[in-house]
Write a protein that binds this ligand. Structure first.
Ligand code: GLU
Length: 468
């Protein structure tokens, strides 16, 4: 196995949302494949025909795309592979590692009761029948599992985990209607996809034992197993709705950047020393399944926000303009000619304080307002006669200012305050209110630069001409 190129996969069930646990599993599979120069695949486990709608499948693909974790090959659909699953069962029947079980529902019930009183797992008498003994009635196909010894899962995260074979019943491979069961489908698909490493949530650890027995029944080599601990909420309990967002789509809607999510999810259960912030390239170079921590990881919003702020500050400004434009559009704020330029000027001045893209969008709203601004009561109250007179003089100073930059305007504001013999606090709040209409805005010089000279003077003129 070790000399085969690594193939990993994520096998999501399309349930309607994409849980961040699935996203983290996908990321670890992706990182491990990239780290080893192998392949990373997606298989959609869509055998639950009711839940597996096209829309639900699309949610998964959209989530993977947004996260930048698209598969290296066209995704496979489990439900379309039923014939392959049946062929595998035929092989097992031929090899004698599976058998047809003709127990009637009543017989099964009686065996269940007996097994319970005897403290053992259910065993069908058909296990020991000759395959030629084939009555004409419905049957299931069961795995002929070993009844003695142990099944060892040498898990890369959990360490060796042993299952007593006497505790594992002969699991059903094909139901009476001929449909394959989950564990069978997973084994056949993983084998035929060439999967070498199964990295998934530890809620599947028990399945690993059962699946190993199916591999053995088929004469196939099981993959390397790595079962990841769950993600918990900040309080250490299983992540649930009351902890807030759980679905990848929700994180996207809340204004987290995919690269921040990748960095954050990588840190959930894995890490490289004390490094908090690292690039995809670094994560790929450093990642090894063996370094995944066995204890559940806790979601930490403060850390996620910190990372997101970092990536917002790093992001290409044009990309931020596009992302903010989308958010504003979703709020029915129609952008007009010239607004893209306003955003380009404003975003660099406000992004340092933004933890999410929503906050970034909020911080640009003041600059997009159209004249004349509606001044809020609070803003109007700041415009005393004295302050109006001062702002009128300041307006003339601005009009004459050739250096419309943050340092240039900061210097001007300081000079002006000195000349007037007052502190900036005497007119700053009123000026801000005139420029922003009471919306959140950056510092004075930042707001002036974001608006540009003409717009700034226009807004000041509007406010000063207001009759009280
Ligand atoms: N479809 C399973 C799930 O969504 C994953 C099974 C597996 O990875 O083997 O939990």
């Amino acid at each position: 196995m070790s000399d085969r190129p690594v193939v990993t996969r994520i096998a999501p069930s399309p349930t309607g949302s994409m849980h961040i646990g699935t996203a983290r599993t996908a990321l670890f599979n992706w990182l491990y494949a990239r780290h080893t120069g192998g392949k990373y695949l997606i298989r959609v486990e869509d055998t639950d025909r009711e839940r597996s709608t096209e829309a639900n499948v699309q949610v998964i693909f959209d989530g993977m795309k947004w996260l930048g974790l698209e598969a290296d090959e066209t995704p496979l659909f489990q439900a379309a592979r039923v014939d392959r699953h049946r062929v595998a069962v035929d092989e097992m029947l031929a090899r004698g590692s599976a058998y047809r079980d003709y127990m009637t529902p009543d017989e099964l019930e009686a065996e269940r009761t007996l097994a319970r009183t005897e403290g053992r797992v259910v065993r069908s008498p058909w296990r020991n029948h000759s395959p030629n003994d084939a009555p004409d009635r419905p049957f299931v196909v069961r795995l002929k599992a070993p009844t003695e010894g142990q099944t060892l899962i040498d898990d890369q995260v959990k360490g060796p985990v042993r299952f007593q074979n006497c505790d594992l019943d002969d699991l059903i491979l094909l139901r009476t209607d001929g449909t394959p069961t989950y564990n069978l489908a997973v084994v056949v698909d993983d084998h035929e996809m060439g999967v070498t490493h199964v990295i998934r949530g530890d809620d599947h650890l028990n399945n690993a034992a059962r699946q190993t027995l199916i591999y053995e029944g088929l004469g196939w080599t099981p993959p390397v197993w790595a079962h990841l601990p769950l993600i918990h909420g900040p309080d250490g309990t299983k992540l649930s709705k009351r902890h807030g967002a759980q679905a990848v789509g929700e994180f996207a809607d809340m204004g987290y950047l995919p690269e921040a999510m990748r960095n954050y999810l990588a840190k959930l259960g894995w890490g490289h020393g004390d490094d908090e912030i690292f690039s995809d390239e670094q994560a790929i170079a450093w990642f090894d399944i063996k370094d995944v921590v066995g204890a559940p990881a806790r979601l930490d919003w403060a850390k996620l926000n910190h990372l997101n702020n970092h990536y917002i500050r790093q992001a290409d400004p044009d990309r931020l303009v596009r992302l903010v434009t989308d958010i504003l559009k979703s709020r029915d704020i129609q952008l007009q000619d010239g607004d893209a330029a306003v955003l380009s000027r404003t975003i660099p001045l406000v992004r340092d304080g933004a933890k999410t893209l929503l906050e970034l969008a909020d911080a640009t709203v003041f600059a997009l307002k159209k004249r004349p601004l509606e001044l809020l009561e609070k803003a109007l109250a700041l415009l005393s006669d004295e302050t109006r007179g001062r702002l009128a003089r300041l307006r003339d100073a601005y009009a004459a200012e050739p250096d419309w930059t943050v340092p240039g305007l900061e210097a001007l504001n300081r000079r002006f305050a000195e000349n007037e013999g007052v502190g900036i606090g005497k007119f700053g709040p009123a000026l801000r209110a005139c420029l922003s209409g009471g919306s959140p805005a950056p510092d004075l010089a930042g707001a002036l630069v974001a608006l540009g000279k003409q717009e700034s003077l226009g807004r000041l003129d509007d406010a000063l001409s207001l009759v009280r």
